[in-house]
Design a protein around this ligand. Structure first.
Ligand code: ZN
Length: 111
């Protein structure tokens, strides 16, 4: 299994729900706004992994996972999930969400 090239292994894609209704669609580049939603990635069905050959050009997510143990990769996944949740549900700023995710996954003794 390889990292999904569509969502970069995250399992979710940002989408917009058009005000006039209709199915969610990908946001236009550069148009990030509070209406942003995360939907399950259609390519990997939310798993972040697809069967296939390694990418010719490894993406940052893949590089972040490289050389890590399963446990570390798992933690990284949890961190991303926590970060996403804090950003989406608690509406924290990116730095605050990152701090919250650190606390949640690694505990307060890291720093
Ligand atoms: Zn995907």
């Amino acid at each position: 299994m390889e990292v999904c090239p569509v969502c970069r292994g995250e399992g979710f894609l940002p989408t917009f729900r058009p005000l006039e209704g209709g199915p969610p669609r990908l946001p236009l580049l550069g148009l990030w706004d509070p209406a942003e939603l995360w939907d399950e990635c259609p390519a990997c069905e939310g798993t972040g992994r697809v069967p296939g050959e390694p990418l010719a050009h490894p993406d940052p997510w893949e590089q972040a996972l490289e050389g890590r143990t399963e446990e570390e990769a798992q933690e990284l996944g949890e961190w991303v999930a926590a970060y996403r949740r804090l950003r989406r549900e608690a509406r924290l700023a990116p730095e605050e969400a990152a701090r919250g995710a650190d606390l949640e996954v690694f505990g307060p003794l890291l720093f």
